[in-house]
Design a protein around this ligand. Structure first.
Ligand SMILES: [Fe+2]
Length: 167
C-alpha cells in the first residue's frame, strides 16, 4: 500500500472542508512512515472495537464528539513545532507525541462522522484556541496548552464518564 493511498483512506471518511482538519493534516504530513503506520493501526483497532450507547441522545453525542474533534488538534501544535528543531531521542519523543495527538484528533473526527457528522466548529472555542496559539514563544504556548487545554479535556472526560459516554 503506498503512502498516498493509505493517506486517502485514513482521511476519506472525514469532511475535507471541516476547518480543524487542516492542523491534523499538517501533523500527519510531519510524521515519518513509522508514525503514520502507528496511527493507522491504532485507529483501525479502536474504531473496530468502540461502540457508543444506542440509547444516548444522538444530537448530544454528535455535539460532544465534534467538540472534542475541534479542540484536540491544538495538542498537535507543540510537538509539531518542537520536532522541527529536535534531534536524537528528543526528536523520537516529539514524534511519538505528535503521532498520539494526530491519532486522538482523527479518532474523534471519525467518531463524530459516525454519529451524525462533524458539527460546525464552535466560535467561542476557536477564540480560546487562538489565545493558546498566540504567543510566539513555543514554551509559552506549551504552558497555555497544559494549563488550559489539558484541564479542559480532563473536565470534559469527567463529564463524559458521568454521562456513561466514556466507560
Ligand atoms: Fe490528545
Amino acid at each position: 500500500m503506498s503512502g498516498t493511498r493509505a493517506e486517502v483512506d485514513l482521511f476519506a471518511a472525514i469532511d475535507p472542508d471541516w476547518p480543524p482538519l487542516d492542523d491534523v493534516r499538517e501533523g500527519w504530513q510531519a510524521l515519518d512512515e513509522d508514525g503514520r503506520a502507528r496511527v493507522r493501526r491504532r485507529l483501525a483497532a479502536v474504531l473496530a472495537e468502540i461502540e457508543l450507547d444506542d440509547e444516548a441522545n444522538e444530537a448530544a453525542v454528535r455535539g460532544f464528539l465534534s467538540f472534542l474533534a475541534q479542540v484536540e488538534p491544538i495538542a498537535i501544535d507543540v510537538p509539531l513545532q518542537a520536532l522541527a528543531d529536535a534531534e536524537g531521542e528528543d526528536a523520537r519523543l516529539h514524534e511519538r507525541q505528535l503521532a498520539d495527538e494526530v491519532f486522538h484528533a482523527l479518532l474523534f473526527a471519525h467518531l463524530a462522522e459516525r454519529h451524525g457528522g462533524l458539527a460546525e466548529p464552535i466560535g467561542a472555542a476557536e477564540d480560546l484556541l487562538a489565545e493558546i496559539r498566540a504567543p510566539e514563544d513555543l514554551a509559552h504556548r506549551a504552558v497555555l496548552l497544559n494549563l488550559i487545554a489539558e484541564a479542559w479535556f480532563e473536565t470534559l472526560f469527567e463529564h463524559a464518564a458521568e454521562w456513561g459516554l466514556a466507560d
